[in-house]
Design a protein around this ligand. Structure first.
Ligand code: NAD
Length: 286
């Protein structure tokens, strides 16, 4: 651990599981106090209880579609820890890559409204609830973005559009809140979390974890250069620490760190260009 967030106070939406919970634990390890916000009280309490220091964690039940509940969460966070330095806008759902041609008009209509309300409006409402505190403290916002903020096929059209929208939101807020508040993103690739689908598609009980469980030793590796990289959310937390730290990333705003195994540098014949390199260095040693 770096201690880069010593004395910080952070609020994380969707902090009850997945990357939100992993960032919460990491932030506490880095010296911060953390308020985890989500819809499931039991899960939030479990995150607090499993923390290295539960006294530096606080759980608030709130739906990110409710401005009132988000304002209350920010208020509780400030009451408990004295201030707010960092907002991690993170709560989200996935469309399980449901393509346009496989959606009825009714499903499309309802999926769009539900997913955008959580994934996009939820980020904007959280920023609205937090900006005054962040301005006071020269704080920052870190948004969980996605490979779907840059590339196709990480979702269907609804999720891809929503994550592209979040990229735009991140840049616009970076402009509007400068110079007091920095706004950045972490564009995560596939992670083994509990990411769920929308009620509109009756996918609220299905988890992305099932897709990872289906992957077998014999299945082809994912088509990314770092195809052997981890899908454990814990291994995606470091950029969240960097971007929250005003000491370590003071001049960085409006930027997305892509943590996706190198999707942007895939080759044509082979996903990774260096599969032969271990053989090469082994031969050189002998
Ligand atoms: N898992 C992946 O492969 C992956 C890849 C790229 C980006 N992401 C993004 O990561 C973020 C976190 O997802 P995750 O993968 O950790 O999944 P997750 O389901 O484990 O975490 C998301 C959390 O958000 C909460 N949430 C959902 N709707 C909410 C609402 N209306 N109000 C309050 N909380 C709500 C859930 O209860 C859950 O705790 C999402 O924005 C997702 O789009 C995930």
């Amino acid at each position: 651990m770096t201690g880069w967030l010593q004395g910080y106070s952070a609020l994380i939406t969707g902090g009850g599981s997945g990357i939100g919970a992993a960032v919460a634990q990491r932030y506490v390890g880095e010296g911060a106090c953390v308020t985890v916000v989500g819809r499931d009280r039991a899960r939030l309490d479990a995150v607090v209880e499993s923390s290295a220091d539960p006294s530096r964690m606080h759980a608030v039940e709130a739906d990110v579609r409710s401005s009132e509940q988000l304002h209350a969460a920010v208020g509780e966070s400030v009451a408990r820890f004295g201030k707010l330095d960092t907002l991690v806008a993170n709560a989200g759902v996935w469309d399980f890559q449901r393509q346009l041609t496989r959606l009825s008009v009714d499903e499309l209509d309802r999926t769009f409204d539900e997913l955008f309300a959580v994934n996009v409006k939820g980020y904007l409402l959280a920023a609205e609830a937090a900006w005054r505190e962040l301005v006071r403290n020269r704080g920052s916002i870190v948004m969980t973005l996605s490979n779907a903020s840059f590339y196709v096929n990480g979702g269907g059209p609804v999720y891809t559009a929503a994550k592209h929208a979040c990229l735009g939101l991140m840049k616009e807020l970076a402009y509007e809140l400068a110079p007091r508040v920095r706004v950045n993103g972490v564009a995560c690739g596939g992670m083994n979390t509990d990411l769920r689908g929308p009620v509109a598609l009756a996918l609220e009980d299905r988890s992305i974890a099932a897709s990872f469980a289906k992957r077998t030793q014999s299945a082809p590796p994912p088509p990314i250069p770092l195809y052997d990289s981890s899908v454990d959310p814990v291994d995606f937390t470091a950029p969240y620490v960097l971007l929250a730290s005003r000491e370590q990333s003071g001049p960085i705003t409006g930027h997305a760190i892509q943590v996706d195994g190198g999707m942007g540098v895939r080759g044509f014949q082979h996903d990774a260009g260096g599969d032969h390199l271990m053989d090469l260095v082994s031969k050189e040693r002998t």
